[in-house]
Each structure stands twice: as C-alpha cells, then as structure tokens.
Design a protein around this ligand. Structure first.
Ligand SMILES: [Zn+2]
Length: 203
C-alpha cells in the first residue's frame, strides 16, 4: 500500500472522510516517515486508538513508538530527555474506565519541560504545569518514557480485551442461574481490579 492508500484506509477504519487539506497534512507526516514506518503507525492507529488521532496526537504516537529520531524530525538538536525522548511531547495514558467517552486505552500528549517541549506552540499544555510527577514511575531499561507508555498502553489494552471476553462469558454463565444477586457491581469490581491502572501510579 502506498502512503496515500494507507491514510485513506486509516481514515476509513475510523469512519472518517477527511477534507482535502486535512488529508494532505497527514500525508505530509507519512511521507516524512517513509512507507515502512507509516505502516507501523497505521497498524497502531487501527488497533490501539479508539478515535482518529489529531495531528498533535499522531506526533505523540510517532514519538512513543520510536519511529522518528531527532535528525528526522528536523528539529533543532536537543539534549536527550527521558520524559519526551528529545522530541518535546510527553504522553499520558487515558483509561476507558476513567474516561467514559472512550472504549480503549488512548494517549494524549503534553509539552515537556525540556527545551524541545518549550519550543512547542503554547497550545500544548505543559505536562509539569498540570502534574507534579510522571504518571508511571517504573523504568524500563533502554526505553524512554514515551516508549514505556506505549508498551503499557498495548499491555493494558490486551488485558482489557481479555477481560471483556471473560465478562461476557461470566454473564452468559450466570444468566441461567440467579442473575439478580450476582449483579453488575460485583463484575464491575472484578474488572476494576484487573484492568485498572494501578492506583499507586496515579496522582
Ligand atoms: Zn523533554
């Protein structure tokens, strides 16, 4: 698939029909990535993102997947920064449990406190203006923070998919018995336990 075809499909799987100008803006990003990396981006957007990402979010995704390095991003050369990988965007994972308008884990990006982040337009909220600390404190060797968040997003999404399947089975099994008492609150609790982002990682 060419970048153009990839992008058309990417819009289509999210039920979107883009305006020409909008399409071209996204296409510029894909062309800059090259076809191979664009495919990876496409797969991520198709499988992991609930809503079609904004341009801002696309850059966050590209960054968290490690698809672009500083040279390719054509930014000034910045010092390596753990929080943003030197690109300026710090992701935050949003859980569908907390944000009822989404159905799967998704990320939003904020501006980093390093020079790369400070160079981003004012429209990007500064991560550390809003949050005292990182959402996830754990450190994975060889991974910067956006890459860690990306890994966790995939991990939590998989757990959520699995759990949703189990719940369906449970409901089916229980409906033949006394459904009323083994109600949804109990199930909800189970889901919370398994799919919830660990509370100690939260603010
Ligand atoms: Zn940074």
């Amino acid at each position: 698939m060419s970048n153009e075809e990839l992008l058309t499909t990417m819009f289509a799987v999210h039920g979107k029909r883009p305006m020409d100008a909008q399409f071209n803006e996204y296409l510029k990003i894909l062309d800059r990535l090259g076809n191979e990396k664009s495919r990876k981006l496409f797969k991520h957007v198709r499988d992991e993102e609930d809503k079609f990402p904004t341009i801002k979010q696309v850059w966050g995704i590209i960054n968290s997947m490690g698809l672009i390095n500083k040279e390719q991003s054509q930014l000034k050369s910045y010092d390596d920064c753990y929080f943003c990988g030197g690109i300026g965007y710090v992701p935050r994972l949003i859980s569908p449990k907390q944000e009822k308008t989404i159905k799967s884990y998704t990320t939003v990006v904020y501006a980093c406190k390093c020079s790369a982040g400070q160079d981003l337009p004012k429209s990007y909220v500064r991560y550390f203006d809003v949050f005292d600390d990182l959402q996830f404190k754990e450190v994975k060797e060889g991974a910067n923070y956006p890459q860690l968040v990306n890994q966790l997003q995939i991990q939590y999404s998989n757990e959520l998919h699995k759990e949703n399947k189990n719940v369906k089975k449970t409901i089916k099994g229980r409906s033949s018995q006394h459904t009323e008492e083994l109600g949804t609150s109990e199930l909800a609790k189970e889901i919370d336990t398994i799919t919830g982002i660990n509370t100690e990682n939260e603010d």
